[in-house]
Design a protein around this ligand. Sequence first.
Ligand SMILES: C[S@@+](CC[C@H](N)C(=O)[O-])C[C@H]1O[C@@H](n2cnc3c(N)ncnc32)[C@H](O)[C@@H]1O
Length: 538
Amino acid sequence: MHLSLKRLSSVNIFSLIGVAVTVSSFHKPIAVSSFLHLPNQQYHHRRNYNKNRTLKNTLKKMTSVEEDTNNNNDVVVETTSRTTTTPTTNNNLQPPPPPFANASESGEIPSFNGSAKAKATDFANYFCSYAQLYHQKQMLADHNRMAAYHAAIMGNSEAFKDKVVMDVGTGSGILAVWAAQAGARKVYAVEYTDMAKHARSVMEANGVSDIVTVIQGAVEDIELPYDTDSLEPEDGNNNDGEKDNRVVDIIISEWMGYFLLRESMLDSLIRARDKFLKPKQGLMLPSHSTMYIAPVTDEEERRMCQREYSSAMGDWTEFVETTRSTYGVNMGVLGPEFEREQKEYYLLSSRWTELHPESVLGEPQILKEVDMHTCTLSEARGITAAGGIGGDDGLFDFDVSPESTGDTLAHAKGGSPTDYPPVSGFAGWFTADFKSRTDPVGATHAPTLRNPAFLSTGPEAGYTHWGQQTFHLPTSIPLLRGEVTRLKGSLEMTRSRENARLYNCRIRYNTSRRKAGEGRDGATLMKGEDVENVYQIP
Ligand SMILES: C[S@@+](CC[C@H](N)C(=O)[O-])C[C@H]1O[C@@H](n2cnc3c(N)ncnc32)[C@H](O)[C@@H]1O
């Protein structure tokens, strides 16, 4: 089935080139820079910021394409920011090969139940970056992040005292050190990559290696030393007659990716929780997380992306002509595919942004809430808008007017009062709470956290390495004096077929305008067409 991209009114870049976005693009191989939730994605976009060329170059080197020559079975070791995976083919005589290059046979992240090939691909694409101190340091230098985790652990030392703690994905080990300092009896610091070796040194250097045991492996695969460390399940819990391995009091982890779900590490947390955490008394930290969306103005960036796209297409036209006139070969046949690539890259990829709070044009709305104590693997897969398991998950409905929001921004930018900033797109981000359990079982049995902590990656919170993901619209939506513009729609977020750690977002919306003071049920001045765009989160 092909769905045409419905356009906003007025001339836009799509109408000039006559491109239609199809549903299949939702599942196209997607461009990847690095899987890390570090502000290094989208090289072109970041060129203007360009605070860190070294990082860029390091990543380029680390992610260059390496064909696995010993295995022509297409282990996909990618990628530069522009490389895509190779589709596999079906063979009737043998069981079908995994449909995804960087996923288990059932489409999950390969650290659980993935074939050796899928695991190797996942390591090359995802884990290998986390094995670099350079990248661990980027996260350690994010003070919003650090302060929230520090407050959550050290500010609740009574909850940690004499407890068994697991740090899922310990990296350089910082959270495990804090857990030990907060009084934990035993801390298991689990890390898949060789960063585990550095974490051991950190434990030694900080005098906590008698409390913290660093275990190198995927949390999905490891076992704990139940007998040696006298690890006991909670009272009266027999786990239906099975040996009960759920002996951990607190799981701490920093697992969140761009727009919360990217990297899909939440799956590992759910598996760790179900395998190791005491079901009634156990605490997950963070305990809850929330995804937000808001309409934003970000015209400079939006227009820059469009200019770069136009420039790339102009360059292509010249290239085709030069190749024809100089070498006698017509490459024009490849134009549509080149155009698709460029469009995906410049126009249909979300952008890492550090938005000014005043760029936010409407009260942010919740897209999805995750309770870490009850969240299921199916919920972790994404956001199914409108009628999905999550009820209202993924729906938004904004009223935006220049008087209530953009006026001050126009003045700040030196514009006239009628020069209101338009809506350039939608931005998404997340918050994380470190608080007591709210699910019925946990609220009754689990210890109360006396000093809840909070982390926001929204524009109001200042810099975090997660920033916000901004989805630019093909054309901006002007805001008119004395009028309210309503933006009603949905955001659906699904894993990329080729790579279970990456996501695509389908944003559908509709605009309508009414006089200020008129209620939502009142007269409408204008109702726009339904618009649908599918973006990659690179
Ligand atoms: C975002 S980093 C956080 C590092 C550290 N906890 C911190 O806060 O600075 C996530 C870490 O989890 C590790 N990791 C991801 N999935 C894992 C898994 N399934 N098992 C073990 N480690 C994992 C990664 O290698 C990475 O070092």
